[in-house]
Design a protein around this ligand. Structure first.
Ligand SMILES: *[C@@H]1O[C@H](CO)[C@@H](O)[C@H](O)[C@H]1NC(C)=O
Ligand SMILES: *[C@@H]1O[C@H](CO)[C@@H](O)[C@H](O)[C@H]1NC(C)=O
Ligand SMILES: *[C@@H]1O[C@H](CO)[C@@H](O)[C@H](O)[C@H]1NC(C)=O
Length: 590
């Protein structure tokens, strides 16, 4: 029995050149593929239209957290007549509207029939309600929006977007883009005639980390990554721009670092490249924050400075976690002048609201085996136990943070990775909770998470067992598989909900970040490592779903198609058959 069909609900034209015998009908919130009956061709429903009306949250990704009211009446659009009115027509809105239009028009270009005269014009009005316009996203930014669509009396489709600021209105444009579907039976773009959606994210920090030191990642690939973030409403791009392998960051005041440290003269990020990326990101609602990892994870580029020790020390296993080793001699005063210069360059370019100082995997053996350092410690009456080396690290961190704040002109929160220094016995001495945010990279069940939360720290979760997207490939320092294998499926990413990890202290979790370390990936495969898995995390952070990946499965298949349409080489998750036969593939169906 057909419980519900969309037949007759559509305001559509006659199908001229009939190209497929298949239509989709909605039964029990599922789209069922049916052969079109003779004489009912004009009522045939394409898959994308069925998907939009049939499930409770339609095909939207991430699913909205407020009202979702979408009519089952659908009307054709004329993509050549999209007008946007915004009283506060800031340049960011103009850029966001331009990307929105390009996205829609590129979809229209796939239609065989270029005449869309019968389509309705789309008239979009954007209302921003905060008195002060801002072009800076922070963790305090209200990213909410309200999207209303209704037909006006002149035959236009009227869209009203109301948001506190640019960032919310841009999310609304993404949602609107997802509501515009391509009807492949009629070769037309269509949109629902009446919509009422209000939406806002559950977590303020929804990030992706990309490492550009282990392998160089092209500017275009970085932009594609940011484009995928925009499509999935992610908002912080954490740029792990330097490490011991290469130093591609061109520092205006210390150009010798990239001169010696880049893989080649072309494999660098110039001031122009960085400005371009920051601008591109901003108009897509994404903030770029740099990480300058220290005092370990340094090496290439620092040779001439005299401040790096244990550079490529062998056997590397004794001095660092992966080759090449390298660590700062933190006892040299001149080091802090170089750091201040680099911080200064970064602060000027990135204008960061939070700064990532890395601070992971410091190997005490390297310091302990450097005579000038142990002499320096002995002179001060320090011993050579773990606690003494933690003190040395704390000494570095204090001095480095001071130099950073000289450049920012004020204290800004600093993010540091979990490490020996974040252990209970050291952290309160060296990393006060009002100054530091801790990023978790150990597993989601690490007892340190609880200790940090009890200690009042704010956290960002990148627990490697769910959010390291480089896991599950061959080893590169040995045979077998790499250290954090196996490959992490999107289901695990989706179910890595901060609530499950932090329990009642979840309000101290700012959000999560999917990390792509690039020892074994470069521009050729960044897309497929990240997508669509990072989008799975995006929904967990935006929507805080009470349900598991099973509920999300059919929508993620739809969202993956969107990413591909935007030029992102997102991995296929399942045969296309599963997209066309909703919910028929996973075992233990919902
Ligand atoms: C959009 O806003 C305008 C101006 O406030 C209002 O006149 C119109 O009714 C609104 N349309 C919708 C669809 O809400
Ligand atoms: C949208 O939905 C909200 C909540 O259900 C309701 O209060 C509001 O009146 C609706 N707005 C429109 C334009 O339908
Ligand atoms: C440093 O080296 C000394 C001498 O070999 C040793 O006794 C001490 O345990 C080492 N310290 C650490 C933290 O490994």
């Amino acid at each position: 029995m057909r419980l519900l069909t969309l037949l007759g609900l559509f305001c559509i034209d006659y199908i001229s050149a009939f190209s497929s015998p298949w239509s989709w009908e909605c039964e029990n919130h599922k789209c069922i593929k049916k052969e079109i009956r003779k004489g009912e061709e004009n009522d045939a429903v394409c898959l994308e239209a069925c998907q939009m009306f049939c499930s409770k949250t339609s095909g939207l990704w991430p699913k909205p957290t407020g009202t979702v009211d979408i009519s089952s009446h659908i009307v054709p659009l004329d993509p050549a007549r999209i007008e946007v009115n915004s009283r506060k027509a800031g340049s960011l809105i103009n850029k966001a509207v331009k990307s929105f239009k390009e996205d829609i028009i590129s979809r229209a270009a796939t239609t065989r029939d270029s005449s869309e005269r019968d389509g309705k014009p789309l008239s979009i009005s954007i209302f921003l309600t905060e008195p002060q316009e801002t072009d800076k996203l922070t963790m305090e930014t209200d990213e909410s929006y309200h999207l209303v669509i209704s037909p006006d009396e002149k035959g236009k489709l009227e869209v009203n977007i109301t948001a506190p600021n640019f960032f919310g209105s841009r999310h609304a444009l993404e949602t609107l883009g997802q509501l515009i579907i391509y009807d492949d039976l009629r070769n037309k773009l269509m949109a629902p005639s009446n919509v009422n959606i209000s939406d806002k994210p559950a977590y303020p920090y929804r990030g992706i980390l990309l490492d550009t030191s282990r392998n160089y990642i092209s500017v275009d690939t970085i932009k594609k990554t940011i484009n995928g973030m925009a499509a999935s409403k992610l908002n912080y791009f954490h740029w792990h721009i330097t490490d011991s392998h290469s130093f591609p960051y061109v520092s205006k005041s210390r150009p010798e670092l990239s001169l010696y440290g880049a893989y080649s003269p072309k494999k660098v990020y110039t001031e122009r490249d960085i400005d371009e990326i920051i601008d591109f990101a901003k108009s897509r609602g994404v903030r770029v924050i740099p990480e300058f990892d220290a005092p370990a994870h340094v090496g290439e580029g620092w040779q001439k400075t005299g401040y790096v020790i244990c550079l490529n020390a062998q056997p590397w296993g004794s001095y660092c976690v992966e080759p090449p080793c390298g660590q700062f001699d933190v006892t040299k005063d001149g080091l802090y002048d170089v750091l201040e210069d680099i911080y200064g360059d970064m602060v000027e370019q990135f204008d960061p609201d939070i700064f990532h100082m890395g601070g992971d995997e410091v190997h005490f053996t390297c310091w302990n085996n450097t005579k000038s350092i142990t002499d320096w410690m002995t002179e001060r009456g320090w011993g050579r136990e773990e606690a003494d080396f933690a003190k040395l690290w704390g000494y570095f961190q204090d001095k480095a943070a001071d130099r950073l704040f000289r450049k920012t002109g004020k204290n800004i929160p600093i993010i540091m990775w979990t490490s020996t220094l974040t252990k209970k016995e050291h952290i309160t001495k060296y990393l006060p909770k009002d100054k530091y945010i801790i990023q978790i990279w150990t597993t989601g069940s690490d007892p340190q998470i609880d200790e940090l939360l009890t200690g009042g720290y704010k956290l960002i979760l990148s627990n490697y067992d769910a959010l390291y997207l480089d896991c599950g490939f061959a080893g590169w320092v040995t045979d077998g598989n790499n250290w954090c294998s196996p490959y992490i499926g999107w289901q695990k990413v989706y179910d890595n909900n901060p609530r499950k990890i932090a329990g009642s202290r979840v309000n101290q979790v700012l959000g999560s970040e999917a990390a792509l370390w690039t020892e074994q990936v470069d521009s050729t495969a960044v897309d497929s490592r990240l997508w669509p898995r990072a989008a799975a995390m995006a929904e967990t952070l935006w929507s805080d779903p009470q349900t598991s990946w099973r509920e999300a499965e059919s929508r993620l298949l739809i969202h993956r198609e969107r990413l591909v349409r935007r030029g992102i080489n997102a991995d296929a998750l399942e045969p296309e058959w599963c997209l066309q036969n909703e919910n028929e593939c996973p075992i233990d169906k919902v």
